[in-house]
Design a protein around this ligand. Structure first.
Ligand code: PLP
Length: 430
């Protein structure tokens, strides 16, 4: 396979786009690659690059493309809007219908506001938790990515009772000092942190099933414990379901496990591939949002007809009988063949899967938190990534990301992927 056009485009890109990419996770730095592959087109489960190589796509654009690329229902929804006007700056009926659709699936979102990205959605839930409680501090879990607003780009301190340190340049220490980071799946650390900061914590921000250091489900009862500890301390529980909502079933992880947060942030899938975010929660909390209440949040593009229509088309399609069974059954096949192939060629792996999303870790202990995920061998992952790429399988270029199945993957695609998995484990150095 030659990828010389990608290589030369990357050199041009480096000159004019910082780092050559418009989001750092698209670069191949984490997998030891010299340049990322530049894609030219996509349809269903496939990508074609600028050198006309074909790939089976398991990136799904980091999550939103759950129906596969250029799905006819979404394409039609977008085309219809382009003829009716793409941005009004006024309310529209579609926004109401879409909010009703989301609330029916995720009832804790009694009232909703649409925004333009997951980052905005999470950022606003934090502001709202602060406005509602009159407190400033936020607890988050180590290794969880919640977008790139200042408050959530903060890494763990050295212990459960220490404050965070900025994970990015440009974040004032005073802001990082408002964030407390504890390990995921560790109710004791959470309890200690809440004891320590007692009446200062506005909210606990949690991905109820982690998607950002790979797929890491909560231990039984962990989410109930989070709710209990938060509410005892007078703090709100905020679920970041940007990755998880509508991925494993028609609703959120909260409806799957029947645990209700106070506020929820959404993004990715609910836009059907167009930019979107949404936040929502209990009416008594949402009433603090302008124009009802004193917490300000606004957006020129918020609720724009293109994103809303694409999102509605996507959710309508996902609500068809059997969709999630199909994703889970393909996920199950991949899981069992990955285990078999690793065993056959003597590679030690861990694998976490929820329905049609999975992560392979190159380490010897089950991964239940960020510390565990960090132990996955980056070099081996990079080698595996490139071996799969050579076989025409496009995985996310980071050991911390998931493989996402889409409804466009066919049994033939799965079979080809399984062949590539065996070949890649066979050729993977020990
Ligand atoms: N929250 C989670 C869990 C995410 O995975 C992401 C993005 O990957 C975000 C928030 C930020 O969303 P966006 O990239 O749409 O701003």
């Amino acid at each position: 396979m030659h990828t010389t056009t990608s290589q030369s485009l990357y050199h041009e890109a480096l000159d004019v786009i910082v780092g050559g990419v418009n989001s750092p996770s698209r670069s191949f730095r984490a997998v030891g690659g010299d340049y990322p592959i530049f894609m030219k087109s996509a349809k269903g489960a496939y990508f074609w690059d600028e050198d006309d190589n074909q790939y089976i796509d398991y990136l799904a654009a980091f999550g939103p493309i759950i129906l596969g690329h250029a799905h006819p229902v979404i394409t039609k929804a977008i085309q219809d809007v382009t003829e009716q006007g793409i941005l009004y700056g006024t309310p529209t009926e579609k926004e109401v219908r879409f909010a009703q659709m989301i609330r029916n699936a995720i009832p804790s979102m009694e009232q909703i506001r649409f925004v333009n990205s997951g980052t905005e959605a999470v950022m606003t839930t934090i502001r709202l938790a602060r406005a509602y409680t009159g407190r400033d501090k936020i607890i988050k879990f180590a290794g969880c990515y919640h977008g790139h607003s200042d408050l959530v780009l903060v890494a763990a301190g050295s212990g459960p009772s220490t404050l965070g340190i900025p994970d990015s340049a440009g974040i004032p220490a005073s802001i990082a000092g408002e964030v407390i980071t504890v390990p995921f799946n560790d109710p004791e650390a959470l309890s200690l942190a809440l004891d320590h900061w007692s009446d200062q914590v506005a909210g606990i921000l949690v991905e109820p099933l982690v998607g950002n250091f790979g797929i890491v489900p909560p231990q039984p009862e962990f989410l109930q414990q989070v709710n209990q500890l938060a509410h005892q301390a007078g703090a709100l529980v905020i679920y970041d379901e940007v990755i998880t909502a509508f991925r494993f079933h028609f609703g959120g992880v909260q409806t799957m496990y029947q645990v209700e947060p106070d506020l929820t942030a959404l993004g990715k899938i609910i836009g059907g591939g167009l930019p979107i975010g949404a936040y929502g929660g209990k009416k008594k909390i949402m009433e603090k949002v302008a124009p009802m209440g004193p917490m300000y949040q606004a957006g020129t593009m918020a609720g724009n007809p293109l994103s809303i229509s694409a999102g509605m088309a996507c959710l309508t399609e996902l609500s068809q009988e059997g969709t999630y069974d199909q994703l889970a059954s393909m996920g199950e096949q991949l899981e069992s063949e990955i285990w078999n192939a690793a065993k056959k060629y003597n590679h030690t792996i861990q694998l976490n899967r929820q329905s049609g999303a999975l992560t392979v870790y190159f380490c010897d202990q089950p991964v239940t938190d960020y510390d565990g995920a960090q132990k996955s061998d980056s070099k081996k992952f990079g080698q595996f990534f490139h071996l799969m790429l050579q076989e025409g399988i496009y995985l996310a270029p980071s050991k911390y990301e998931a493989w996402f199945l889409t409804t466009a993957h066919s049994q033939e695609d799965i079979n080809k992927t399984i062949e590539a998995i065996y070949k890649s484990f066979k050729n993977l150095p020990h």
